[in-house]
Structure formats: C-alpha cells, structure tokens
Design a binder for this molecule. Sequence first.
Ligand code: KG4
Ligand code: ZN
Length: 398
Amino acid sequence: MIVLAIETSCDETSVALLKRVRGKTVRFELLSHKILSQIDIHKEYGGVFPALAKREHSRTITQLIAEALHEADLLVERTHEAPLSFNQKKKLEHLLSHEEDMKKALYVLFEGIQKPKIDAITVTSGPGLEPALWVGINCAQALGYMWNLPVYPINHMEGHIMASLLSKKEDHYEIPAIEYPAVALLISGGHTELVRITKERNYNVIGQTRDDAAGECFDKSARMLGFPYPGGPEISKQATRARSEHTTSPETMKLPRPMIHSQDLDFSFSGLKTAVLTKIKYEVDNKGEMTDQFKMLLSLEIENAITDVLLSKVKHAAFIVGAKTIIVGGGVSANNHIRSQMKELTQTENLHLYIPDKTLSTDNALMIGAAGLLHIAHEVAPKTKLVARGSWKVDEKY
Ligand code: KG4
Ligand code: ZN
C-alpha cells in the first residue's frame, strides 16, 4: 500500500510518498518527502499573506508531486501521447476552476505520465488558511479522479500528533503503541490546544487559547523587536544566547504569565503580547532605541513566560486526565527551551514524553501521510467530495 500525502494548510507546500510495511502497528518506508517553504516570500509582509500562499501552492505543487514520484521510482513517462478526453476535461475544469496555474501543470502531468502505482491520497483539509487548503484539496481530488484513487481528508492537528509519535527505525518509521490516557499539547502559529487521547484516534479538546496562539505570540513579539518572520526561532536564538552568557532579565522586564493560575485548561497570549509592546515603548521613550542587549534579555523573558504557562497547563491537564503520556507537537515544539523543560517535567512526574524530531516539528506532508495510514488501518471511509474546513477541530467529525 502506497499513499501520496499533500500538505498546503499554511506556508509550506509539501508532498510525501509512504509505503506501508507489515507489522502490528502502522509502519512505513518513506519513499520521498518534499517540503517547499514560502518563508522568504512572506517575510516582507511580516506574516503569512493568504492570497500569496494560495498562489505559490498552486504554482509549485504539481512539480513537487512529479519530483516525489520520480524519487520514489514511481514516475513512468508515457510512450504515446494520451490527450485528455472530453469528459475528463469537463470534470477537471470543474474541479480546478479556481486553480488556473495548477490546472495547466496537472494537464501536462496527466498527459505525460502513466498512472503511478499508488493506492490512496491523503490531504490536509483543515484547520488552516482556507484558500491555501483548497489548493491541496483540489489537487488531491483531481489526482483521485484521474487515477481512480480514494482520497482521505486529514486534520492538520492529528498530523502534528503523528509527527510527535513517529519513531524512526533503521529503514522505516513507526506509529508506536503508547500508554493511555495521553495529553497532547499542540502549539503552532495558529493553534494552542490541549487534547485528551483515551485510545488511538480518540481525541477530545480539553483546553485552547482564547485569543492568540503561542506561535503567534512568539511571532508578533519578534516583529515588535524588529526580527524577521517567523520570529519564534529568532527569539529562541536570542534567549539561548542570554542563557549561555548566564545573564537574566532584570525585574523591570518581568512579563505576566496569563491564566497560569486559572483553574481551567485555557490559554490567553494576547495580554502577553501587549505587555511586550509596553516594555518596548518604555525603553524607546526613555533611551531612544532598543539596544541588542535589551532585545536579547526581553527575548529571554518572552520565552520564559510562554514556557512557564505551557508547562503549568500541561501539568494541570496531566493531573486532571490521569495521563501516563505527554505528546508535544506543532511548530513551536522545535523550541529548545520548551523541549528541555518538557523533558524535565515528564521525568519528575514519571510520564512518557513524545516530541517530534525537530525536522518534523513544522508543517510537512509526512505527518499527513502517517495520519492517512492510521485512518486506513482504522477502516475510516474515504470521501468523494472534500471541502476546506478552516477551523476544523481535531475532535470534530469531518
Ligand atoms: O506548525 P507550524 O509549522 O505552522 C502552523 O501550523 O502554524 O508552526 C509555525 C510556528 C511559527 O509561529 C513559528 O514562529 C513557530 O512555529 N516556531 C518556533 C520555533 N520554530 C518554529 N517558536 C519558538 N521557537 C522555535 N524554535
Ligand atoms: Zn502546523
């Protein structure tokens, strides 16, 4: 069984080919994995610009699919020309009516190569930026129609959970059997959620942000400090430097830890962002500018404040759920300080910790393929008509 996975929910266009191998748990070989980041394009806008993201996905995805198939040895060129039939064109015109660039490239692909030996397509269908999600969905539906393959809509957050769980063996990946109940902390640019998992694929959102996501707080704070998008990695770099120099932020830079003592499992990061702005304004008004030292120490305090809140909520959630396992996933889980603090916490509390390999923390199609293989193993039915669901929760039906 070979699955083609597609991810276009935000600013990464990604395609993967996974081959299921025998085993009780879901195991697969990764035949190819392509990730094309749009960061350089969005940088000048200081954040992801949805219309541009859509255009870039649409412009690049077909080439990425062809490259992945080629790398996996699944691309066989046609020896004779095989123009699309009237009916095929009619159906594709309908499926790709909003995707001019992609339509042209897909026509060339369909006419130029034979149906590859793949068995299913899995595609991120939400949550995310709807115009961006539609590109992946329309592409998947066109491929599914032309190659007569089932298409599985995948929740991006379930994908992040898979990325955290996956263990890499010598020549394959495995979704391991874990101890339940588990608590997943999903932290990305658009989401901050706590999910209770009582058995495989049984999710229940038990906490979420009331305003900004953790990644958004990193990014917006970084922007105020004059760092480029995405700001999370830059704040982390500054904070790491401060720690290596054994410097601490002065009391005057102290930021709030919003909702850290609230009894529920919700988060709020917009107040923290406003507090960062107040500190910056005060500094500029009094000193005329922000020094590198100021930026470094404020970065340290931002990272500490966000980490403190995340840690405290995970601890609280683990207690309420009676968790045996903690899963941390999403782009922000690439943060070194958060990683080491989570390790410390789970060691003291005697909990298992699953955190993604750094290369799989941010958006990628491998995790969407892994979730797809899990759906297939659970005999989830494919869908004939997919839609983009911008705010699809991981515990909601598609
Ligand atoms: O999961 P992801 O790639 O995309 C979304 O689904 O949103 O997450 C991107 C987020 C951005 O906000 C980025 O700043 C943050 O992950 N991020 C980090 C780090 N690396 C990426 N935040 C803090 N420290 C990092 N090292
Ligand atoms: Zn993501």
